[in-house]
Design a protein around this ligand. Structure first.
Ligand SMILES: Cc1ncc(COP(=O)(O)O)c(C=O)c1O
Length: 409
């Protein structure tokens, strides 16, 4: 018998930027009995969940759901739209952009990785003017796709996808726009259709508040047309059969039944007008981000994303003072206060930690997370400029939640 829910301190604080804490309502939905995935009840469930997820992506076009993690959905987006040797333009915002580059290269694509020198690009969102300049120079239209990460989970920078769309349009370039919104969807504003995205990739374990295990490709008509001629080999990931069968609410293979129950519940929660719908969801995350950043500033520490307009509503990356190993600090905080914080990844390993403010989260869980950080940093002997806890309390108390709490009926 696993004892992962046994914590001597009562509960564990999971404040990493995904997997995020799963609400009890979703855990209860997942515990319903698994049903026949070819039976009559399943078709109705399938149609309902596919309609719900379209609303979350803000699209009228098909959304493909895979029983895979986000990495699988990255591969699906590439193999359905591109051919061996195709030239793709990717932008380096951080570790996840770099991993996507690695995957595209392994698939036999010719990747051009654009970005700012050194680690400077890891402190900002996508600089859309660089994409525009590069596409203008590509007069022969060799570049077949532009790939960007919406919310770079390794740094806490959210990029303007609208600015990237405008850059492609300003260059009058026909490249497809592929966007990783694995950690942005359902937390940071996202409009697949309005922003002219061709494939949006996402995953279950972040803003959707589900456990890991399912992932998504939201499509555009242009992406579907590209998939007719794309030559990269694909079988399991192929959109055509899935999109066709989804019209009746079924899948060509065994779908992840209980995670689809969970997704149905998540869509109901996120779209609930009593909680402000999607706009309310985005406003809640913006406010949490602002409260946490107020705390970090009061400590006198630097935020990894130093471009204010791109600071993420989903997570905040905190740079530890020179000489302090961020992972040793995380270990101490975990052991003493039962709080998990995100590690620094890739180029910033050991230099920063990440506080997630997404999923089943509220002002008081964030206050607990900040208190754990503050106590841990003091125990490590870090000299803080002031109390981040006090600053965040002041922020949250002074900025009421956008949608008032409802009393239980
Ligand atoms: C922005 C981003 N892209 C891709 C991934 C990879 O997704 P997965 O770990 O679900 O395969 C992650 C995971 O954290 C992510 O945050």
């Amino acid at each position: 018998m696993l004892t992962l829910d046994f914590h001597p301190t009562g509960r564990h604080f999971l404040q990493i930027p995904g997997p995020s804490p799963v609400p009890d309502r979703i855990l209860r939905a997942m515990s319903l009995p698994t049903i026949d995935h070819r039976g009559p009840e399943f078709g109705a469930l399938g149609l309902r969940v596919l309609k719900g997820i379209q609303q979350i992506f803000q699209t009228r076009h098909p959304v493909v759901i895979y029983p895979a993690s986000g990495t699988g959905a990255w591969e699906a987006a590439l193999v359905n739209t591109l051919s061996p040797g195709d030239h793709v333009l990717m932008y380096e915002t951080g570790h996840f952009a770099a991993l996507w580059d690695k995957m595209a290269t392994r698939l036999g694509l010719k990747v051009e990785f654009l970005g700012l020198p050194g680690t400077e690009g890891w402190r900002k969102g996508v600089q859309a003017h660089l994409i525009e300049e590069r596409l203008k120079a590509d007069t022969g239209h060799a570049i077949k796709a532009v790939c960007v990460v919406h919310n770079e989970t390794s740094t806490g920078a959210t990029s303007s996808i609208l600015a990237v769309r405008r850059a492609i349009d300003a260059a009058r370039h026909p490249a497809l726009l592929l966007v990783d919104s694995i950690s942005g969807l359902a937390s940071a504003e996202y409009k697949h259709d309005e922003w002219g995205v061709d494939v949006t990739i996402s995953g279950s374990q972040k803003g959707l508040m589900l456990p890991p295990g399912i992932s998504f490709n939201a499509l555009s008509p242009k992406a579907l047309a590209a998939s007719q001629t794309a030559k990269l080999p694909r079988a399991f990931w192929a959109w055509d059969e899935i999109v066709e069968m989804n019209k009746t609410g079924y899948w060509p293979y065994t779908p992840n039944t209980n995670l689809l129950y969970a997704l149905t519940e998540a869509c109901d929660m996120l779209l609930d007008p009593h909680h402000g719908g999607l706009e309310g969801t985005f406003a809640r995350h913006r406010r949490w981000g602002a409260g946490v950043r107020a705390g970090v500033k009061a400590w006198g520490l630097e935020i990894q994303c130093n471009e204010v307009a791109s600071q993420s509503p989903v997570l905040t990356g905190v740079i530890t003072p020179e000489g302090v190993d961020a992972d040793a600090l995380r270990k101490l905080i975990y052991e003493r206060f039962d709080l998990s914080l995100g590690t620094g990844l890739g180029k910033v390993k050991g230099r920063m930690f990440r506080i997630g403010h997404l999923g089943d989260c509220n002002d008081l869980t964030l206050m607990a997370a900040l208190a754990g950080c503050e106590m841990g940093m003091k125990l490590m002997g870090i000299k803080l400029a002031g109390s981040g806890v006090a600053a965040a309390m002041e922020y949250f108390a002074g900025h009421p939640a956008p949608v008032a709490l409802q009393k239980a009926a």
